[in-house]
Design a protein around this ligand. Structure first.
Ligand SMILES: [Zn+2]
Length: 85
């Protein structure tokens, strides 16, 4: 079982969280149509460190950004993301 250290609630089971997307796949208002399509449909699936956006859906409902090793699931950094829901 993977534990995710929520900055608001402390360590919780990953089942309480919902993965959203890698942080680099977040679209911005000034992205071109090609960039939007690339971010939505053709993301890389790298082995190693990945900066990701998750939500503590069954907890405080806050968005968090974490750095996770996609091979080992080791989490090396967690930060609150945006305003608390
Ligand atoms: Zn939380």
């Amino acid at each position: 079982m993977m534990l995710i250290p929520c900055p608001h609630c402390g360590p919780r089971a990953h089942a309480e969280f919902t993965f959203d997307r890698p942080v680099e796949a977040i679209t911005r208002p000034d992205d071109t149509a090609d960039a939007l399509v690339r971010n939505l449909f053709s993301r890389d699936n790298p082995r190693g460190h990945s900066r990701e956006l998750w939500r503590h859906t069954y907890g405080c409902r806050a968005w968090i950004a974490l750095t996770r090793d996609t091979a080992t699931h080791a989490i090396t950094d967690v930060q609150a993301w945006g305003a608390k829901a």
